[in-house]
Design a protein around this ligand. Structure first.
Ligand SMILES: [Zn+2]
Length: 99
């Protein structure tokens, strides 16, 4: 199960932004599964704030030391999203098989 916001990706407009947990098993961020763009703070969603992890750099989020894929990275649970105070931003879910 993957939870998403009502906001579309500001880079590709091809998907809503999903809540994902980083490889440190702790940090939550917003993620576009279409173009792999990342935002660390849902209150600062702009094209300028987007970060672009790349396969060539082991999917590490620029400016951080954690990855969007591998390690403890996975879709954030509803409880994890509530815990960081972002629960009110959730507008829907997808089954992972829908990706
Ligand atoms: Zn995108």
């Amino acid at each position: 199960m993957a939870y998403h916001m009502g906001t579309e990706c500001l880079i590709c407009e091809g998907s809503p932004l999903f809540f994902r947990r980083a490889s440190d098993s702790h940090t939550l961020f917003l993620f576009c599964p279409e173009c792999d763009s990342v935002w660390l703070d849902p209150s600062q969603l702009s094209a300028e704030q987007a970060r672009f992890p790349e396969f060539e750099h082991r999917w590490v989020i620029p400016g951080t030391e954690f990855r969007i894929k591998g390690g403890g990275a996975r879709w954030a649970s509803g409880g994890e999203i509530e815990q960081v105070g972002w629960g009110h931003l959730v507008v829907g879910t997808f089954e992972e098989s829908e990706f």
